[in-house]
Ligand binder design. Structure first.
Ligand code: HEC
Length: 112
């Protein structure tokens, strides 16, 4: 059992080390249910009703993220989303979710 736990830990650590790893192709459309359920609690997202349960939390709006690719490059977003960010807790995004979210943010970039 201990050996297994150690193995899982190593896998997790490796997972975080490979931030630049290739993600599956994402679909912006597929990210929407997750965004509606989770992200709009703290982030303002174009096309979604504001549902901020924690207005005190200073989360950048998705438009701000989309408008600043230099500050928020895709690889950084992917690495960042590998871990639930404070104070967002209780759920972990799959690689597919992350790819879909990045596709969604890209679709916002393409609006201009
Ligand atoms: C409980 C509040 C909360 C929720 C829910 C939440 N976020 Fe965040 N998010 C934040 C805060 C606060 C920051 C800025 C502080 C930080 O960088 O940790 C942030 C920052 C970010 C950033 C910028 C990362 C960077 O490189 O600086 C991205 C991208 C992001 N969130 C995406 C998401 C996505 C996608 C979801 C839904 C799956 C989500 N967030 C849900 C609070 C939240």
């Amino acid at each position: 059992m201990k050996v297994l736990a150690g193995f899982v830990l190593v896998m997790l650590l490796q997972g975080t080390a490979h931030a630049g790893e290739v993600l599956p192709a994402g679909r912006a459309e597929a990210a929407k249910p997750l965004i509606a359920e989770q992200c709009i609690k703290c982030h303002v997202v174009p096309g979604f009703p504001t549902d901020r349960v924690q207005p005190a939390v200073k989360a950048p709006s998705f438009m701000e993220i989309a408008d600043n690719p230099a500050r928020y490059p895709d690889a950084q977003i992917a690495a960042f989303l590998r871990q639930p960010h404070y104070p967002m807790k209780g759920f972990v995004l799959s690689k597919k979710d992350i790819a879909n979210i990045i596709a969604f943010i890209r679709s916002l970039r393409e609006r201009h």
